[in-house]
Design a protein around this ligand. Structure first.
Ligand code: K1U
Ligand code: ZN
Length: 169
């Protein structure tokens, strides 16, 4: 396993639309292992492959709370089959937009289809933080960041702040 560098705004790779994965094999599982290691080290609760410069439709996540055993999850070629009309706000963050948090409103529940670590097809409903996180990560697969859901002013301020942090580091 290896730690990978997480790309930050305004890296143009983050705006790419990720390509579908053709098969879940050992190479893909090695990528997902690296993604989880990188996500845990950040630390974060989710990560899309494009955030480490690999524009393929792959997401990892772990929503276990502090004190709970790790619960790593893998989503390959995820699709949203249904989204509720009801929406819910959540104060989101993103490892590619460090130290910026803002409220985004998204469907409160979604039904998903994806391939798991073994390449098996799974259908599942998500609500709460799982629904927020999977929608945030699936936005990454389309080249969309949570700040794209904010006003232009807030988005520009966020990118300016991240650029300033990078210069100071
Ligand atoms: O960059 C990412 O896509 C990961 C992002 C996921 C996310 C967080 C909140 C709402 C939607 C999606 C993060 O993990 S940001 C860091 C974070 O939320 C966190 C870090 C440590 C402990 C708990 C949360
Ligand atoms: Zn993100």
């Amino acid at each position: 396993m290896a730690l990978r560098e997480i790309l930050v705004v305004p890296d143009p790779v983050l705006k790419q639309v990720s390509k579908p994965v053709e098969r879940v094999d050992d190479d893909l599982r090695a990528l997902m292992d690296d993604m989880l290691e990188t996500m845990y080290a950040a630390p974060g609760i989710g990560l899309a492959a494009v955030q480490i410069g690999v524009p393929h439709r792959v997401i990892v996540m772990d929503l276990a709370r502090e004190g709970e055993p790790p619960a790593p999850r893998h989503f390959v070629n995820p699709e949203i089959l249904w989204a509720s009309e009801e929406t819910a706000p959540y104060e989101e963050g993103c490892l590619s937009v460090p130290e910026i948090y803002d409220e985004v409103e998204r469907p409160a529940k979604v039904k998903l289809r994806y391939l798991n670590y073994q390449g098996e097809a799974v259908e599942e409903e998500a609500e709460g933080l799982f629904a927020v996180c999977i929608q945030h990560e699936m936005d990454h697969l389309e080249g969309v960041l949570f700040i794209d859901h904010l006003s232009r002013l807030k988005r520009e301020q966020a990118v300016k702040k991240v650029k300033k942090q990078a210069k100071a580091a």
